[in-house]
Unconditional design. Structure first.
Lengths: 308, 184
């Protein structure tokens, strides 16, 4: 049995040991707490990074640089200096009784190349009109037209679409009938169409130049549309031989006609203020002057002249 | 009510000699009381030291709701119960058991001095723990029923019933050993 002093010494010694153990335990506990806290913070940061909350935000400037890069936009294929158009529409008249007419339609997209072609061919003799309208917003191309068989011959008209040819060819020597039809070209984005024409039988063009306007007739005369039911309203001006002729409502008698300029293909089927007009005509110079041309407008039943 | 309360206050104020006074005053009674719980005098002595270590390390606050010895014995009982709870998971046989009897005799002589009281305490140690504790606290520690109830964490009514049953058990034990006693 220990006496009081021995118990006292033992108690004091144990107390010092307990105090030291407690101090070490506190240090260990605080160290573990700090390590666990740091790990939790790292896990939280990694979690936020993984969820994208801490990733760099794409600024408008960087978006612009991406758009300007070749990764998103294809080169300007049609060479017009513009990256693309949001919408486009064209009206094409392509029916002839004598000449082979080739209309090439290129469809260019700035974001994804979309090509389409159509081929119309008919044999026989007759006249006809037709239009082709491209609506980029609905991504459809509408082709419609009518033709009259002048000789009463039966004929055929074919039209096919090939989405890889990048060209539309319309060839008609005799068009018997063309039924309004609609073709659909699937384009993922907006497109721009350009229409070019290469008339065959170059000696019959007599130097008529290809117009820059959208409305184009095979022999090289282009008519600028106006919104009226008069002739001047139908065609406010004509472009021929490098000159612009302005329409009038005056008829020209046949004895006033001068040299035959060569085009009998002045054919148009237009819609003005909701009314359709079927126009077919030859182009003659007016005798004794080079300041006007006469154009036969079948729907008007005579020759009307266009002056410079 | 004093029983070392002023010494403990002086110890809390920084006087280590006050702790020596507390140890001198309570070491034997505490050891014998804890022996009624753990049934090993060597372990009871170690636990008695643990009680004093507890005072030094944690410096628990003593309020005057009870006597200092009641408060100190309650601490000792909690420590002994913790010890039993832990030792029940790892049962060991102490080599000190060989010296247990001699140690116990020393303590008994220090505290009890009377041969008859020594024989009575040894009879108590053969009762079950609760009976042994309540009789020791009441008749050797001098605690009242209220103080005994506080130390043993029981109600006063429970202590009264426990005392009655403990005395019955003790009487049976003493009669079987030919011990002559007078009714209290």
């Amino acid at each position: 049995m220990k006496n009081t002093d021995e118990i006292f010494d033992s108690v004091m010694k144990k107390s010092r040991e307990r105090a030291e153990q407690e101090r070490k335990r506190n240090i260990r506990k605080s160290t573990i707490t700090a390590v666990v806290g740091i790990c939790a913070a790292l896990v939280a940061v990694l979690g936020l990074w993984h969820s994208g909350l801490l990733k760099p935000v794409v600024t408008p400037d960087s978006v612009d640089s991406l758009i300007e890069s070749d990764d998103l936009i294809e080169p300007d294929e049609n060479g017009d200096g513009e990256a693309g158009e949001d919408s486009a529409a064209s009206t094409t008249t392509a029916v002839t009784t004598r000449h082979r007419v080739t209309i090439t339609t290129s469809v260019v997209s700035t974001r994804r190349a979309v090509t389409a072609s159509q081929s119309n061919a008919a044999t026989g003799t007759g006249t006809g009109t037709g239009t082709s309208t491209r609506n980029a917003s609905t991504r459809t191309t509408s082709v419609s037209g009518t033709a009259t068989a002048a000789t009463g011959q039966a004929g055929t008209s074919t039209k096919k679409t090939n989405a890889t040819d990048k060209s539309t060819t319309a060839a008609a020597e005799t068009v018997v009938s063309v039924s309004p039809t609609t073709e659909t070209v699937t384009t993922p984005t907006s497109v721009q169409e350009t229409v070019n024409s290469e008339p065959s039988g170059g000696d019959e063009t007599n130097g008529w130049e290809q117009p820059d306007e959208q409305v184009y007739v095979d022999s090289g005369i282009s008519l600028n549309e106006a919104r009226s039911t008069s002739v001047t309203g139908l065609f406010s001006s004509a472009y021929c031989g490098g000159y612009t002729y302005y329409a009038s409502d005056s008829q020209v008698s046949s004895d006033q006609l001068g040299d035959y300029i060569g085009s009998t293909t002045l054919t148009s089927w237009v819609t003005v203020d909701g009314s359709s007009y079927h126009v077919v005509g030859d182009v003659y110079a007016i005798a004794g002057t080079d300041s006007a041309v006469a154009v036969h407008l079948s729907d008007r039943g005579g020759y009307y002249w266009f002056s410079k | 009510m004093e029983n070392g309360a002023s010494s403990y206050r002086r110890f809390l104020a920084g006087d280590d000699n006050a702790l020596r006074e507390i140890i001198e005053l309570h070491k034997d009674g505490l050891a014998l009381y804890l022996n009624t719980i753990v049934r090993n005098i060597c372990t009871a002595e170690e636990l008695t030291e643990e009680v004093f270590v507890e005072l030094v390390v944690k410096k628990p606050e003593f309020s005057d709701r009870s006597s200092f010895s009641t408060w100190l014995y309650a601490i000792g009982r909690n420590i002994a119960c913790d010890y039993i709870r832990k030792s029940s998971r790892r049962r060991t046989v102490s080599i000190d058991e060989l010296y247990q009897m001699s140690d116990e005799e020393d303590i008994e002589k220090n505290m009890l001095r009377d041969e008859q009281r020594i024989r009575l305490r040894r009879a108590l140690s053969e009762l079950d723990s609760d009976h042994s504790q309540v009789l020791f606290l009441k008749y050797f520690g001098g605690f009242s029923n209220e103080e005994t109830a506080e130390i043993m964490n029981r109600s006063k009514r429970q202590i009264e019933n426990l005392t009655y049953r403990a005395k019955q058990a003790l009487r049976t034990k003493l009669e079987s050993e030919g011990f002559e006693y007078e009714e209290y």
